[in-house]
Design a protein around this ligand. Structure first.
Ligand SMILES: NC(=O)c1ccc[n+]([C@@H]2O[C@H](COP(=O)([O-])OP(=O)(O)OC[C@H]3O[C@@H](n4cnc5c(N)ncnc54)[C@H](O)[C@@H]3O)[C@@H](O)[C@H]2O)c1
Ligand SMILES: O=c1ccn([C@@H]2O[C@H](COP(=O)(O)OP(=O)(O)O[C@H]3O[C@H](CO)[C@H](O)[C@H](O)[C@H]3O)[C@@H](O)[C@H]2O)c(=O)[nH]1
Length: 327
């Protein structure tokens, strides 16, 4: 049993990770500034409110809890916003991660698990992406994540910090027990927006671009269930604690779905046609991002079990129908 400092534990993925860590007997200590997260999502361990950029506060929290590992989810992650306000992303995601790494290494914390993204790959013309592909992000969000990957590599060189970087593809779904779920404000992700449109909580969904070089003209993404994703984190943690060396893993299923296919699947699960209109491309969007790697399976023994489109949408739909859910 380990104490794990979970930055971003009040957010979508971090809160699911805390639940999974607690189930496995670990103590997840959430560190979060609540900029996009929610204090009522912190249910599975202690909460320390604080900012990544606040080094004295981080030192205090490391001294109090003496974590064996950090799981670093805290970040800003709105691609469109990162195009409009890149400095925000470099400060929060890059300087914030550096401050966290400085505090972690000063405290002697030996292990670090980092949330990166397939957005670091950028446009690769339909290639199935594996960890050896060149990283050439086309938005500031992806640029900030690639920078932290580079930083981690350098911080780990002296052997005192081992790290696992996970490059997530598109995370979807929610805890089937409905204790936690996805709740971004503003919401920018396709599946929750489609569900909101079905419920009439928003106007019609806008399809961002229908002239991409894909079979139906809309962007293609590889969707992975949040429960499968946090399972990989647990395996990554156990791998590091067992002495595994620093590694990078894609987390995706290897299957891509277009925006139109996702909309059709949401219509099928909810038995309601998603109101949708065709619109312009969203700046910063890549044409297709699909994982072509089995490294997480080979090294960590990870296989996605819940990551079918109908299952992810059904679990998200369950969460959206909770009485407390307000978009
Ligand atoms: N959702 C996805 O599809 C996806 C895909 C790839 C990667 N990721 C990465 O996964 C991580 C979690 O994403 P999410 O969807 O759960 O986002 P989220 O916005 O729900 O959670 C992020 C959390 O980090 C906190 N935070 C942000 N900046 C902070 C700071 N400076 N100090 C302290 N706390 C701070 C927020 O308050 C929030 O609770 C992010 O690093 C994101 O880039 C997400
Ligand atoms: O209203 C919408 C919202 C999204 N989309 C399209 O749906 C697809 C998925 O968009 P999301 O906003 O749900 O997710 P992204 O593909 O932008 O995901 C990116 O941002 C995420 C973080 O928020 C992750 O980091 C992920 O790895 C990175 O590719 C994109 O083609 C997007 O253009 C629409 O057509 N209409």
């Amino acid at each position: 049993m380990s104490t794990v400092l979970v930055t971003g534990g009040a957010g979508y993925i971090g809160s699911h990770a805390c639940k999974r860590l607690a189930e496995a007997g670990h103590v997840p200590v959430t560190y979060d500034n609540l900029s996009t997260g929610w204090s009522d999502a912190v249910k599975f361990g202690p909460f320390e409110q604080g900012d990544l950029l606040d080094r004295p506060r981080l030192d205090e929290v490391f001294a109090r809890h003496k974590p064996q590992a950090v799981m670093h989810f805290a970040a800003l992650s709105d691609v469109g916003q990162s195009m409009r306000a890149p400095a925000l992303y470099w400060r929060n995601n890059v300087v914030g991660s550096m401050t966290l790494l400085d505090a972690a290494t000063a405290a002697g914390t030996p292990h670090f698990v980092f949330s990166s993204t397939c957005a670091t790959y950028g446009e690769q013309d339909g290639v199935m992406l594996d960890e050896t592909c060149v990283q050439q992000p086309i938005n500031a969000y992806g640029g900030s994540k690639r920078a932290v990957e580079d930083m981690l590599r350098d911080y780990g060189r002296d052997g005192r910090l081992t790290h696992v970087t996970f490059r997530y593809f598109n995370v979807a779904g929610a805890d089937p027990d409905r204790q936690v779920g996805e709740f971004h404000r503003p919401e920018t992700h396709l599946i929750p927006l489609a569900l909101d449109a079905v419920r009439g909580r928003r106007d019609a969904l806008t399809i961002y671009g229908t002239d991409y070089a894909t079979p139906d003209g809309t962007c293609i993404r590889d969707y992975v269930h949040v429960l499968d994703l946090v399972d990989a984190h647990l395996k990554g943690l156990e791998y590091l604690i067992a002495g595994g060396g620093s590694e990078v893993f894609n987390l995706g299923t290897g299957r891509g779905f277009s925006v139109r296919e996702v909309i059709d699947a949401v219509s099928a699960v909810t038995e309601t046609t998603v109101p949708a209109v065709e619109g312009a491309r969203r700046p910063g969007d890549c044409t297709a991002l699909v994982s072509g790697s089995r490294r997480a399976e080979q090294v960590l023994g990870w296989t996605p079990r819940r990551s079918t489109l109908p299952q992810m949408i059904a679990d998200a739909w369950g969460w959206h129908q909770m009485p407390g859910y307000t978009a």
